[in-house]
Design a protein around this ligand. Structure first.
Ligand SMILES: Cc1ncc(C[n+]2csc(CCOP(=O)(O)OP(=O)(O)O)c2C)c(N)n1
Ligand SMILES: [Mg+2]
Length: 349
């Protein structure tokens, strides 16, 4: 992790208005602490979710992002509010990093009407129109064609937005992956493909399903620029995402990032994890994104006494408030059960 310079300005010219989404990360102390706090916020939020699951406060599917936080937090920094985000069923981190309130996320997990999808989506279907978060998606590989369509729509409307598409390594085995990369490259669409390679698709390790397990290489087949980044290094992810988003905004067509990461917990709450050794998990834990950034900040004198405790206290208060908000939320009335199944627009005569 090497801090880079802030944006340079040409001598003799007034500084250009800073574009916070362009160029390199601004590695100020505040920025680094914020990256750390955001990852800790997602981690602690999900730890509480796992606990609430055992009390059956949260039910149904629950796929935790534990270990992968650097990918969503780093990549989201490169996106502007007008950009689009398409995620997978493991999207708690993306929703929080994008700015969905923790209250709305927790209420959604509880199935309450105050949730970001009115409690109808649950863990796999967070959605927020105001934030251009086009949702989690339960279908492996289902988000890729959506992102391509969104990018094409933006192009047709004359907007300079980026459609960021997060997907797992398992999606690479789907036809939609190949069709989407092909079309995005053929039409030079503004899509940022971000593969969250945690090396497993449920209980199957990548090397058992892919003849070429280096996923970034697959983008080359579609003539698309691609990089592999250490997905445990939030600064590296942010730098790669900024570089890619900048190139896309410059009209360079789609870009591909493969972030190598790992999920520390089970695939979902119903997974005995018989397919991997505890040692393997432990080794990855030791190079986890939070430990890594925290240690670097500590070793370099950036993290001061009391900083961590203050961050934790603030996050825990936010989580407590979110739980209280979800507890106090309402169930959708039964008479609304079929609402939104059909369009509410009046039928044309
Ligand atoms: C089209 C489709 N096929 C199969 C499934 C069942 N399924 C759910 S999760 C999953 C594994 C996906 O792995 P990956 O894309 O690597 O994401 P990760 O869970 O590792 O984040 C599978 C096969 C599904 N949801 N959709
Ligand atoms: Mg995976």
């Amino acid at each position: 992790m090497t801090p880079g310079p802030d944006t340079a300005t040409a001598a003799g010219h007034a500084p250009a208005a800073a574009d916070p989404y362009a160029g390199r990360p601004h590695l100020t102390r505040d920025h680094l602490l914020d990256l750390l706090a955001q990852m800790m916020r997602i981690r602690r939020f999900e730890d509480r979710c796992a606990e609430l699951y055992t009390y059956q406060k949260i039910r149904g599917f629950l796929h935790l992002y534990d270990g992968e936080e650097a990918v969503a937090v780093g990549a989201m920094r490169a996106l502007a509010p007008e950009d689009w985000v398409v995620a997978t069923y493991r999207e708690h981190g993306h929703a929080l990093a994008r700015g969905v309130s923790m209250n709305a996320v927790m209420a959604e997990l509880y199935g309450k009407v105050e949730g970001c999808s009115r409690g109808r989506g649950g863990s796999m279907h967070f959605f927020d129109k105001r934030l251009n978060l086009l949702g989690g998606n339960a279908i492996v590989g289902g988000g890729l064609p959506l992102a391509v369509g969104v990018a094409q729509a933006a192009r047709m409307r004359g907007e300079k937005t980026v459609a960021a598409c997060f997907f797992g390594d398992g999606a690479v085995a789907e036809g939609t992956f190949h069709e989407s990369l092909n079309l995005a490259a053929l039409w030079d669409l503004p899509v940022l493909f971000i593969c969250e390679n945690n090396h497993y698709a449920m209980g199957t390790a990548l090397q058992y399903t892919e003849s070429e397990p280096e996923i970034a290489k697959k983008a080359a087949a579609y003539d698309m620029p691609a990089v592999t980044v250490d997905g445990m290094d939030v600064v590296a992810v942010e730098a790669a995402a900024r570089h890619a988003a900048h190139a896309i905004r410059d009209g360079g067509g789609p870009q591909f990032i493969e972030a190598s990461t790992y999920r520390f917990r089970a695939h979902s709450m119903f997974d005995a994890q018989l397919y991997r050794e505890k040692d393997e998990i432990e080794q990855w834990r030791q190079k986890g994104p939070i430990v890594r950034l925290r240690d670097w900040l500590q070793n370099n004198g950036v993290l001061h006494d009391g900083d961590l405790a203050a961050i934790e206290a603030e996050i825990d208060a936010e989580i407590d408030a979110a739980v209280a908000f979800a507890e106090a939320g309402q169930w959708e009335p039964v008479e609304d059960l079929t609402r939104f199944v059909m369009s509410e627009k009046a039928a044309t005569p």
